[in-house]
Design a protein around this ligand. Structure first.
Ligand code: FES
Length: 105
């Protein structure tokens, strides 16, 4: 299978402990998170209601939703605290030459 690599951002755009919301064309917004120097990508929209997780808070590998305070593990996508129950979609990414790519099948 051919993998389509889509440029998301520069690796340096997301500092350790930081997150960045990106809107790739034709896809839902994606949240790139830097957990101790390693990057992870998940859907930006909370699975509980309509809220952008980029406006919340990242603490280690846990992102807290700005609307009702529920949380997710950005590495696994799993919901970690109520009212969030449904996991966030996680996206495979690749970092090459200082650029972050989304891998689409
Ligand atoms: Fe995120 Fe409710 S919308 S916890």
């Amino acid at each position: 299978t051919l993998v389509d690599r889509r440029l998301l951002c520069e690796a340096g755009d997301v500092a350790p402990g930081g997150m960045l919301k990106i809107q790739p064309e034709g896809l839902d917004p994606i949240l790139v998170c830097n957990v101790d120097g390693k990057l992870y990508a998940v859907d930006d929209e909370c699975t509980h209601a309509i809220a952008s997780l980029s406006e919340g808070r990242l603490q280690g590998n846990i992102v807290f939703c700005p609307l009702h305070g529920g949380s997710f593990d950005v590495c696994s996508g799993k919901a970690k605290s109520l009212p969030c129950k449904q996991a966030l979609r996680t996206w495979p990414i690749e970092v090459a030459d200082g650029k972050v790519y989304l891998l689409l099948k």
